[in-house]
Design a protein around this ligand. Structure first.
Ligand SMILES: [Fe+2]
Ligand SMILES: [Fe+2]
Length: 201
């Protein structure tokens, strides 16, 4: 995998990796709609993910345009398959899908993006930093949507959300969940600290 960094050498690889994540996010938003269409969920569930799909498409577009500005196109570099792997591992269970994709992997992006923006600005890359600022704001909304529907479905199935989140991450997440967590962003998305206590030491 080409080495990513916020400096001039790794910049193209970084923006390419982020564009790849956003393109996967477009597919994942439509996937949750189609895959769980028969799950007797309120109409609002589907509307929320249509809104997410639209924003993910805009994130992809902005990063793909930035790549063009840097002299390459999306697809010119190899890319990680982690997001799609997590999607495959959670194709059978809506709660597992919500726990792993928005509440673990997208939330991870909230932990790392502010520092990435600081470093990009330190390297005079305002253009990329501005795109990531916008993505960051939208991803807080996506996490809030994920948490809200996770708690809705937990209530319906009689699970305690915090305990069940831990159980699903332990059973299905192949990565590691590790601090520091961006609690400011997570709190704005109503994913309180209680969810993360098992990983906070
Ligand atoms: Fe996004
Ligand atoms: Fe998102």
């Amino acid at each position: 995998m080409p080495k990513r960094s916020t400096g001039p050498k790794g910049r193209v690889a970084l923006v390419h990796a982020l564009a790849h994540i956003e393109l996967n996010a477009v597919d994942l938003a439509w996937d949750i709609i189609a895959r769980f269409a028969g799950a007797d969920l309120p109409r609002k569930f589907f509307g929320d993910w249509v809104d997410v799909a639209e924003e993910e498409a805009e994130h992809y577009r902005d990063l793909a345009q930035r790549l063009t500005g840097l002299g390459i196109s999306y697809g010119d570099l190899p890319a990680h398959d982690g997001l799609w792997e997590a999607a495959t591992l959670t194709a059978d269970d809506l709660l597992a899908r919500l726990a792993l994709i928005p509440m673990t992997l997208e939330a991870r992006g909230l932990d790392t993006t502010p520092m990435t923006c600081v470093k990009l600005r330190g390297n005079n890359d305002e253009a990329t930093a501005l795109i990531l600022d916008r993505i960051y704001t939208d991803e807080i909304k996506h996490l809030e949507i994920g948490v809200r529907w996770f708690e809705f479905e937990c209530a319906r199935q009689g699970h305690s959300p915090h305990t069940h989140y831990k159980a699903l991450v332990d059973a299905r997440f192949t990565g590691t969940l590790k601090p520091p967590f961006n609690m400011e962003a997570r709190n704005m998305a109503r994913m309180g600290q209680v969810y993360l206590i098992p990983w906070m030491h």
